[in-house]
Design a protein around this ligand. Structure first.
Ligand SMILES: Nc1ncnc2c1ncn2[C@@H]1O[C@H](COP(=O)(O)OP(=O)(O)OP(=O)(O)O)[C@@H](O)[C@H]1O
Ligand SMILES: [Mg+2]
Length: 455
């Protein structure tokens, strides 16, 4: 069931409940009050008649009876009856105003009473009281027809029913209109979302920013879509870049294999060159696929709390020894502080330093100089790799951590880089709560620093 119907139904039932409760209360108290005042009046009249008899000193004769009849006539109003009975139950006097005497059975009362009596459709209220005075001994009956009260009750009832029904209709319509106008923006949102679903992530919801919940929801949705679009575009860019990176080595391998196929079978020189070139490209491909795996969202790096504290000096020393062997033409200087501990997985620190050392060597130009340092700076450990190579232009520094970014696309390719090293390094460093900084001057050299919290 749509929300607007639910809301309309809810408001209607609430209003109806309230109305029924209030009406019942009002009906009961009004009728009760009318009944009470009716009884009061009747009893008061009976009291006054008793008073009259008490005042008479002589026993009533027929003359006195006539006189008292005139007196009583003032009391007996429309729809009322007065009856005087002597002590043997004989009716002595009847005064009736539009109320037949035979509707009420004659009863001698020995004490005052008030009773209700039904005669057909009519409800009658009867007050009986004994009279024991010097003037008269017997009893009286004072009766009033409750017709008026009952007519009033009926009228009240039908009025309430009419207004109740009217109230239900009005509150239902009102509830529906209010609910619909409240939910209209939600419906607009839903159809906008539907359009977005069909047309793609670039769609947005139009809304008026009036600070209500709906506009907050719309703005949140739009922000979410912005984020989604950004990540969608990043993903697409990543796939484009990755396939582009794969395409070149594959094309080179293909070219060499075709060359081998056509000419190389009998020419050992072609054979050797092509096989060497193909192997080189395959190594590049393997490295690329390893790097992509490192970067992919699925291969999450282990939680930093899992790793044992390590001394970066130990890893640096081992790496320096290897690099000195691999690149004898390089001067690799080391300035290492001993005994510092950081909370980074040994394998990852190794990977990080290799990324930095590879860059320092790859972009060193003619200045074959690399310096590694490990410094204790207060709460942190700084690991830096510095070279005196070609440097990076100031405007390019912010982008070196982007995936596949190379300062000079052509240069990178020839040198064998795919532009993933530093983005991997950044992700890894940040996983461990660290920070990576690049300082560089074109033609003078580059210094890349990793900062980790000291344990
Ligand atoms: N020490 C450096 N000196 C000069 N330029 C550098 C240095 N380190 C990085 N760069 C520049 O930043 C770019 C990005 O470096 P990054 O290590 O991410 O990728 P890469 O070295 O090109 O490829 P990969 O490391 O994935 O093999 C490099 O292409 C290079 O232009
Ligand atoms: Mg690199």
């Amino acid at each position: 069931m749509p929300l607007k119907y639910k809301l309309a139904l809810l408001t209607t039932s609430l209003i109806l409940l309230l109305f029924i409760g209030y009406s019942l209360l009002q009906y009961n108290s009004v009728t009760q009050w009318m009944m009470d005042s009716q009884k009061d009046t009747l009893q008061r009249t009976a009291g006054e008649i008793s008073g009259y008899f008490a005042e008479q000193e002589e026993p009533l004769n027929s003359e006195g009876l006539d006189e008292s009849k005139r007196f009583m006539e003032r009391f007996v109003q429309n729809d009322q009856l007065f009856r005087l009975l002597d002590s043997s139950g004989q009716v002595v006097l009847v005064l009736s105003n539009n109320l037949p005497a035979d509707w009420i059975p004659v009863l001698v009362a020995d004490k005052e009473s008030i009773t209700e009596l039904l005669h057909g459709q009519d409800r009658l209220l009867v007050v009986r009281a004994p009279i024991d005075t010097a003037a008269f001994k017997g009893s009286m009956e004072l009766v009033t027809n409750l017709e008026n009260i009952d007519a009033m009750k009926n009228r009240l009832r039908s009025l309430m029913l009419t207004f109740g029904a009217l109230g239900v209709i009005v509150s239902m319509a009102g509830g529906y209109i209010v609910a619909r106008s409240l939910l209209k923006p939600l419906n607009r949102m839903a159809s906008a979302m539907n359009v977005i679903k069909q047309t793609g992530v670039s769609g947005r919801i139009g809304y008026r920013n009036n600070g209500d919940e709906i506009s907050r929801l719309s703005s949140l949705f739009n922000e979410m879509m912005d984020e989604l679009e950004r990540s969608f575009n990043r993903q697409r860019q990543f796939i484009e870049d990755a396939s582009h990176e794969f395409r070149t080595p594959i094309a080179i391998i293909e070219g060499h294999l075709k060359l081998l196929n056509r000419w190389g079978k009998n020419d050992p020189a072609v054979q050797e060159e092509s096989i060497a070139a193909a192997i080189e490209e395959i190594v590049r491909l393997r490295k690329l696929s390893d790097q992509l795996l490192d970067l992919s969202e699925e291969t999450q790096y282990p939680n930093q709390t899992d790793s044992e504290p390590i001394d970066p000096e130990r890893i640096a020393i081992e790496l320096i020894r290897n690099y000195r062997m691999l690149y004898p033409q390089f001067t690799i200087e080391a300035k290492l502080t001993k005994g510092l501990h950081i909370n980074v997985d040994g394998h990852h620190l190794h990977q990080l330093l290799i990324i930095l050392l590879d860059n320092a060597i790859r972009y060193s130009a003619k200045n074959h100089y690399v310096k590694i340092s490990i410094l204790d700076v207060g709460e942190h450990v700084q690991l830096s790799v510095e070279d005196k190579g070609i440097g990076i232009d100031k405007k390019d520094i912010p982008f070196v951590f982007d995936r596949f970014f190379r300062v000079d696309k052509g240069r990178g390719r020839n040198e064998g880089g795919s532009g993933l090293g530093l983005s991997i390094a950044k992700r890894l460093t940040e996983k461990y709560g660290g920070e990576i900084r690049v300082e560089s001057n074109v033609g003078l050299g580059t210094k890349v620093t990793l900062v980790f919290p000291l344990l």
